[in-house]
Design a binder for this molecule. Structure first.
Ligand code: ADP
Ligand code: MG
Length: 365
């Protein structure tokens, strides 16, 4: 049996989720490249939910007083540059856990290239630097072992997809490069979404999944040689489908955990974006803004949610909405030359957050 304390913790988590709605937004600031302190970003030591950006505007005469503008944003949680991977994961481990309780869970990393999305989601190879994906996988398998003592039997299926220019690519593909099949998203009669010709790999332990992640990274790297830094211009979606049965209790559960490293949110100048770049930029802007629209529509409980406007939201359709839980990280870089992009990212994320808070307080009345 689960400890009473653990049960209490989970109950509390679910109660908070119900009160606040099922969408969370976290902000994470990565350390400065040279290790110093950021000049324009400040985080209050006692307040882990807000971030302040300051911009000093020099007066045009050169003599007059400079003016300072402050922009403050609030999120469910703000992680400063010192926050470790473990600290970050602790805040989301209950969310991951709820995937085994039958909730669909989606976690996104949003932000410009170089802001720490991949570090947050995948992390690096040493134990302490591992990111959300390997930690979540470890937690799921550990927790499922415990549940096995209570008669639960789980089947896990992993898939890993890249979305580049609104086209899907199987990151677990093992065949010849010139035989790569094309993929389509199909909805079956029972409203389940599947991707045609995609590798759906049954997995039963952590190491097996880590092997698949390595294969996916390899697959991404191969594509990269011909188009430099392609990974920053594509979304990657790791998905673990969970099917549980408990014969003794005559119970079943079914859910998915989706962990998404989004394409860089930076705006390219029109002059820089011709040909292939222009196509990429249009696809990225379209899918990221549609993601924002979908999340807002879900938070507002709108009757129509435009999932189909992009491959990303269409692919994630049954993991968003309904009884699912969504977490968005907005990753930001602290260097002063990133000021504009940082402000853009925070504005996007706070728009998402405002919708959520607005509806949550409405729910509480
Ligand atoms: P993105 O995926 O958004 O393009 P990355 O995750 O690749 O950005 O991060 C850019 C660089 O910053 C990488 O070298 C990464 O190791 C480093 N980095 C990002 N976040 C952190 C962090 N929280 N702590 C230490 N290094 C980080
Ligand atoms: Mg990246």
């Amino acid at each position: 049996e689960l400890y009473a304390g653990e049960m209490e913790r989970r109950k509390l988590h679910n109660t908070i989720q119900e009160l606040k709605g099922n969408i969370r937004v976290f902000c994470r600031v990565r350390p400065l490249r040279d290790g110093g302190l950021s000049k324009h970003i400040s985080l209050a030591a006692d307040d882990k939910t807000s971030i302040c950006l300051a911009k000093t505007e020099e007066s045009h005469t050169g003599k007059g007083t400079d003016t300072q503008r402050n922009y403050t944003f609030s999120f469910d949680r703000v992680f400063g540059p010192q926050a470790s991977q473990q600290e970050v994961f602790e805040e989301i481990s209950l969310l991951v856990q709820s995937a085994l309780d039958g909730y669909n869970v989606c976690c996104f990393a949003y932000g410009p290239t170089g802001s720490g999305k991949t570090y947050t989601m995948e992390g690096e190879e040493y134990d302490e630097t591992r990111g959300v994906i390997p930690r979540a996988v470890q937690q799921i398998f550990k927790a499922s072992d415990k549940l096995a003592c209570q008669g639960w039997e789980f089947t896990f299926t992993a898939s890993f997809v890249e979305i580049y220019n609104d086209t899907l690519r199987d990151l677990l593909y093992k065949g010849k490069a010139d035989k790569r099949p094309e993929h389509e998203i199909r909805k079956s009669n029972n409203n389940e979404l599947t991707v045609t010709n995609l590798t759906y790999q049954k997995v039963s332990c952590e190491d097996q999944v880590l092997g698949l992640i390595a294969l996916a990274n390899n697959n991404r790297a191969t594509a990269q040689t011909s188009q430099n830094d392609r990974s920053s211009r594509s979304h990657s979606v790791f998905r673990l489908d969970i099917d549980g049965v408990n014969v003794g209790r005559d119970a079943k559960c079914k859910s998915s955990l989706c962990l998404v490293d989004l394409a860089g949110s930076e705006r390219l100048l029109k002059s820089q974006s011709q040909g292939e770049r222009f196509k990429e930029m249009t696809a990225i802007n379209g899918s990221l803004s549609n993601l924002g629209i979908v999340i807002a529509a879900l938070a507002n409980k709108e009757s129509f949610v435009p999932y189909r406007n992009s491959k990303l939201t269409y692919l994630l359709q049954n993991c968003l909405g309904g009884n699912s839980k969504t977490l968005m990280f907005v990753n930001i870089a602290p260097e002063s030359d990133s000021f504009g992009e940082t402000l853009n990212s925070l504005r996007f994320a706070s728009k998402v957050n405002d919708c959520v808070i607005g509806t949550a307080s409405a729910n509480r009345k």
